[in-house]
Write a protein that binds this ligand. Sequence first.
Ligand SMILES: NC(=O)c1ccc[n+]([C@@H]2O[C@H](COP(=O)([O-])OP(=O)(O)OC[C@H]3O[C@@H](n4cnc5c(N)ncnc54)[C@H](O)[C@@H]3O)[C@@H](O)[C@H]2O)c1
Length: 251
Amino acid sequence: MDGKVLAITGGASGIGLAIAEAALAEGWRAAVADRDAVALERARGRLDPARASFTALDVTDEDAMEAWIVGAAASCRLAGAVAAAGIAADVPALDTPADLFRRILEVNVTGTFLLARSAGRVMRDAGGGAVLLIASVSGLRGAKGRAAYGASKAAVVNLAQVMALEGAAHGIRVNALCPGPVETPLVARLHGPETRAQWLRHLPMRRYAAPEEITPMALFLLDERKSGYLTGQAIAVDGGYAAAGLMTPGN
Ligand SMILES: NC(=O)c1ccc[n+]([C@@H]2O[C@H](COP(=O)([O-])OP(=O)(O)OC[C@H]3O[C@@H](n4cnc5c(N)ncnc54)[C@H](O)[C@@H]3O)[C@@H](O)[C@H]2O)c1
C-alpha cells in the first residue's frame, strides 16, 4: 500500500476539483471520477497526473461505481471519499416535471448513496475511513425553486446521519458539508442576475464563496487526526445564510 487515496465524484469541476487539488497539496493521492470526459481532461492538466487518476463514470451506475472504488483502493489505502457530483435546477415546485424531480434525486441521492456504500464497504474491511457528502444549505432551509434540489440535499443530510451511526462500529465517519452559494460552473449556469441579487440580499456576508473557501472544512472533516470524534454532522459553510433571520436592510 502506497499512501492514502481520496476518491472524489464530480471531481472534474467546481467544488470537487478544488477539494482534489487541496487534498493533493496535503499529501493525499486522488482518484477523480466524473461523467464529463472533457472536464476530466481539463482536470488532468490541473492536477499532478503522477498522484491522481481520472475515471469517466456516471455516479448512478452501480457496477461502474463499485469497480472504480475497488480499483482506487487496490494500491493505496482508501482513507477518504467525497461525493461532490450533483445537478441542480431552479424551477417552482408546481412547475417541476416528475422526470426532472426523479433525475435530480437519482444523481444527488442515489449517486451519493452508491459512492458512500462502495467506499464504506472497502473502509469497513480496511478498518475505517472518512466519507464526506456534499449537501447544501438548500437541504437545511427551504429556498424557492428548489423542490427537487432541496429535497435531494435534505436526503443527503439524513443519509450522512444514518451511515455515520452504522459506520461508527467500523471506524467509518460520515459527515455532510452544506455550502452556501459558491462560484462554480454549475452556479454560472444556474444563477442569473435576478437569482444572484436574491441570494446576496439573504446572505449576511453579502457575497458568494470561492471553491477554495469550502476546501479547508472538507479536508478537516476527512482528516482523522483533526476530526476523529466528529461524525454524523451537517456543517454549513455559507457566509451566515443558515443562521440568518430578520436582517436590517444595510446589514
Ligand atoms: N456551487 C454551489 O453554489 C453549491 C452550493 C451547495 C452545494 N453544491 C453542491 O456541490 C456539488 C458540486 O457542485 P459544483 O457547484 O462544484 O458543480 P459543478 O457542475 O461545477 O461540478 C459538478 C460535477 O459533477 C459532475 N456530475 C454531475 N452529474 C454527474 C453524474 N451523474 N455522474 C458523474 N458526475 C456527475 C459534473 O460533470 C461536474 O463536473 C454538487 O453536489 C452541488 O449540488 C454546490
